[in-house]
Design a protein around this ligand. Sequence first.
Ligand code: SF4
Length: 342
Amino acid sequence: MSKNLSPIVDPLLIWFDNNKRELPWRQDKEPYHVWISEIMLQQTRIEAVMGYYARFLDALPDVEHLSRVDDDALMKLWEGLGYYSRARNLKKAAVVIMEEYGGTFPQTYDELVKLPGIGEYTAGAIASICFDEKVPAVDGNVLRVIARVQGSKENVLLPQTKKSVTEQLKKIMPRTAGAFNEGLMELGELICLPNGAPLCDSCPLKEHCTAYKKGLTEQLPVRVKKMKRRRADKTVCYLTAADGKIAIEKRPDTGLLSGMYQLPNIEGFHTEEALRTTLREWGLDPTDITFTKEAKHVFTHIDWYMKAYHINVKEQNDRFIWVTEDELKSSYPLPTAFQKLL
Ligand code: SF4
């Protein structure tokens, strides 16, 4: 059960009222200004955005100018900010606002989120800041603050965590929704700093903050990046000697399946001919080689695709440990990946 967030509303609003920075786009609640600043802030720090923002508004003071701007001129205004598709989307959205809304900025979250380049966060920010619609605007700052207040160990990089936080915030949005959202973002930027360095002594939420009370500010929020899965192909040898004993070997002491035993195997899929060469390099003399089966085994970050061969060899050698089937079952831990091939 997540901790109820209602108690943070009033202290946050009071704090924001007394501590908010005077920023150019906060001088009015003009949606065009909030929109441009929010898109610029997605990729750049506030101090760096100031100059860009001023130049942009000088050249393109409203939606109409933006909708008509020459593409090269737009890119020039954006030059150095990077993510040029964001600038192109600004113009696309401006054209939609001119053509479909007669130049009047859409006023609801549902309409805003349909515009090119405007995602849930930006739609929430504009709708709440400019029109006080009771919708959250959840970015990394907000996720960090809420994770710490709730002492939540949920991974904030997962979409479901963001969804859950959004739902919880929706339930407690005050009438002054814009100030509440901006307050959370501002707190994240000025006080509840990332990398385990929040300024809790100055925080208006410390009475309600689980991370502060339990000393968990360094551990939270949890951010676990999804690792890219790797694929590994393997040719696995089920080697049996004339007396029926099977060849196994010990895996390295570190890494995946460390310290367990395995059937001898080679990276990649190999032809029978290539396999014979490898076996000879191992000091073995194969009599016959039969393909037996293939299998896949899924580890946390890697998938093994295995093709197994049953290979009879004339004699055992010292390279491997030769064991009976019973010994293998009773005394040598063989990972499931290999058991699938027996
Ligand atoms: S008390 Fe500390 S950890 Fe908790 S919200 Fe405030 S700054 Fe963040």
